[in-house]
Design a binder for this molecule. Structure first.
Ligand code: ADP
Ligand code: ADP
Length: 234
């Protein structure tokens, strides 16, 4: 089914008298279990889409639908709970807390959500096993490689079993071998856990292995035939 959908979405930023159209009528479906790549030049609207799908921001016009249910702007303002339960986030720079161990980093979203300690221990162990980092539970992030750090970030994004993971350039700071491992991990997590991954990226290594690629230009989706030659070739 469709986890997250945008319908006729428009978004304009205003900087004083300056009006910046960021999205000019976007329709998008993110389906369960898929890796969906969002590409396009800087300023084309990728981050704006991630913010809307992450329920961090609301459109000026059009609808955002989570599991087919329209989310309204007031809900977004008060949506910490909603977001926490159904959406995980992964960033280019990993955003791990350096003074916390790997396990504490992964545990943090559960701690914030008030999940009981026994259940948290079990879920953290399971998430670390999923990303192959059980042996590093007690280490600090600075003792890990870039790929391992991104896998910690992924375990943290997945520990609450979200139906959607939003990833902003998750492989941009990784070498090719490591990027490949992280991609393989996302694929298996998507297919096993059924989570959808919405990934903003410029990384060819990543886009050519995603299930679908959507290209943006000037706040609009470029029609599919022109958008996916790379995906079709593989
Ligand atoms: P991308 O992620 O593809 O680089 P963005 O969604 O960040 O694109 O930006 C789309 C457009 O909206 C750009 O013209 C950008 O300058 C503008 N924009 C994004 N965020 C803001 C903001 N907070 N204030 C003003 N303009 C913004
Ligand atoms: P709040 O605004 O109430 O803190 P957030 O949007 O920050 O809610 O948290 C929602 C989820 O997104 C959290 O479970 C957390 O794992 C993740 N998250 C948010 N910000 C970051 C960040 N900077 N680094 C890593 N994960 C983050």
């Amino acid at each position: 089914g469709t986890v997250m959908a945008l319908r006729g979405v428009r978004k304009t930023y205003r900087l004083g008298a300056h009006v910046v159209p960021a999205l000019q009528g976007v329709d998008l479906d993110v389906r369960a279990g898929e890796l969906l790549a969002l590409t396009g030049p800087s300023g084309s609207g990728k981050s704006t889409i991630l913010n809307l799908c992450g329920l961090i921001d609301s459109p000026d016009e059009g609808q955002v639908l989570l599991h087919g249910q329209a989310v309204d702007a007031r809900q977004v303002l008060a949506s910490t709970l909603l977001r926490r339960d159904t959406i995980g986030f992964v960033f280019q720079s990993f955003n791990l807390v350096p003074v916390m161990t790997v396990a504490e980093n992964v545990d943090y979203p559960l701690f914030l959500a008030g999940v009981p300690a026994a259940q948290r221990r079990e879920r953290v162990a399971e998430a670390l096993a999923q990303v192959g980092l059980s042996e590093h539970a007690a280490h600090r992030p600075d003792a890990l490689s870039g790929g391992q750090r991104q896998r910690v970030a992924m375990a943290r994004a997945l520990v609450k079993r979200p139906s959607l993971v939003i990833a902003d350039e998750p492989t941009a700071s990784l070498d090719s071998h490591t990027a490949e491992q992280v991609l393989g991990l996302m694929r298996s997590l998507a297919h096993e856990a059924g989570a959808a991954f919405l990934i903003a990226t410029h990384d060819e290594r990543l886009t050519r292995r995603c299930d679908r690629v959507i290209s943006l230009l000037d706040g609009r989706i470029v029609p599919a035939t022109a958008a996916t030659p790379a995906a079709l070739a593989h």
